[in-house]
Ligand binder design. Sequence first.
Ligand code: ATP
Ligand code: MG
Length: 307
Amino acid sequence: MSAIISIKNLSKTYDGGFQALKNINLDIMKGEIIALLGPNGAGKTTLISTICGIVTPTEGQVTVDGYDIQKDYRQTRSRIGLVPQELTIETFETVNNVLEFSRGLFGKKKDPAHIEKVLKSLSLWEKRNNRLMTLSGGMKRRVLIGKALAHEPQILFLDEPTAGVDVELRKDMWNTIRELREAGVTVILTTHYIEEAEEMADRIGVINNGEIILVDEKNALMQKLGEKNLKLHLTEKLSAIPESLSKYELQLNGEGMELLYTYDVQQEDTGITAMLDDIEAAGIHYRDLETKQSSLEEIFVNLVKKK
Ligand SMILES: Nc1ncnc2c1ncn2[C@@H]1O[C@H](COP(=O)(O)OP(=O)(O)OP(=O)(O)O)[C@@H](O)[C@H]1O
Ligand SMILES: [Mg+2]
């Protein structure tokens, strides 16, 4: 796969001196879905707005399909559909007109069949003649998605697309986004719903304090997520782990009162039974044991805390 968006040494300092992006380097591959996670104020919207040409970078370079976002703004912008985080939308227009108008803005010929397809995929077809002010919040958000898709962009940015959308519709939207990916659209989304990233993304990027602190394939992350801990609460303090147990790579915690065994849940044989036998053979006794699995949520929270 080749990069459709290439971000090199990108920094942004807002007027007033706040540095919202610090030397970001990231390649986004054609046809992938990448989810950007990060706490409030991390810089996600700033990053997206910069790529879309709404925010001017202070340093660095971004190309979209080989075009420079500043020098070739019209070329890059026409390839991009943006669903902004904030709902700002003309209220008196009808749903259908909003989409048609947006398509026209990008110089595309009228295509009612395309607009119909988009509206149907977003379950908005029945509302096509409604004025926006008569729609619910979740519907308005879907209109924004439709508006972003009206000019058939190759790249779609979704800045918290499902905030305020109910569970069922959220699932519909996930399907719509997957269909877009199947049609070859590259999708960059931000979300505070970790399960959304888990469900949708091919890759996950974590942003904190204006820096990308991790980018990884979701499946690789899930494998880390697949890690489980078994904790043994010992009856007596242990000063060192006996040689006979070295192959289990145990950790001695809690001032010698806890043994921790980490294993991969995807493994067929976790080795737990053999380990417990060996522990007994070594004369170590425990009064209790507990298992725990780390979630993507925990991985994420730990990552962000550490920094
Ligand atoms: N126009 C601006 N002028 C000055 N500072 C700004 C401006 N826009 C954003 N910032 C600051 O830049 C930082 C990053 O903001 P940004 O909106 O990119 O965060 P975010 O990751 O999208 O957060 P959220 O999850 O809340 O949407 C914040 O500290 C914010 O206050
Ligand atoms: Mg934001």
